[in-house]
Design a protein around this ligand. Structure first.
Ligand SMILES: [Zn+2]
Length: 151
């Protein structure tokens, strides 16, 4: 397999790869193992998607965040069908459905990801989904979702 030197993206997908920083590294390390973890505020225990200097829930200024596993289950709050690839590597994937999911752990804890059930998936408001992972490069996986019939 050849790789693109500039981006490190594998020729197989050509998709841009996540660039973990100090804050997000635990998230991407877990994703590579197909586990979904989210940062949790040590002051109020709320989960947050992108830990900041300030907890958006309790406004604690130095809360400290620890990553904890979450169920990966949630409900579709909105969705869109992407028909044109705006990023390299997505040309072969369009059309695909992008879902905005409220995770079961907490109200308004929302993640956006690709729905892997195909462009004609019977997605609807409130549909149950669970996390799935797309392996986009060796050791790199990106969270996505699939419809969860059991939900
Ligand atoms: Zn907090």
């Amino acid at each position: 397999m050849t790789t693109t030197r500039e981006t490190g993206a594998p020729a197989a997908t050509g998709r841009p790869l996540p660039v973990p920083d100090e804050t997000s590294a635990p998230y991407w390390e877990a994703a590579a193992e197909h586990r979904l973890v989210l940062a949790r505020c040590s002051a109020c225990t709320a989960f947050v998607i992108l830990p900041d200097q300030l907890c958006p829930h309790c406004h604690s200024t130095a809360p400290g965040f620890a990553f904890e596993p979450v169920s990966g289950r949630g409900r579709v709050r909105s969705w869109t069908t992407v028909r044109q690839a705006f990023l390299p590597g997505f040309e072969r994937l369009v059309p695909f459905v992008l879902v905005d999911v409220e995770l079961a752990e907490q109200e308004e804890l929302r993640m956006v990801g690709r729905l892997l059930d195909g462009p004609d998936a019977p997605v609807r408001l409130g549909a149950g989904v669970r996390v799935a992972f797309e392996d986009v490069a060796p050791g790199v996986a990106v969270p996505a979702f699939v419809l969860d019939g059991a939900a």
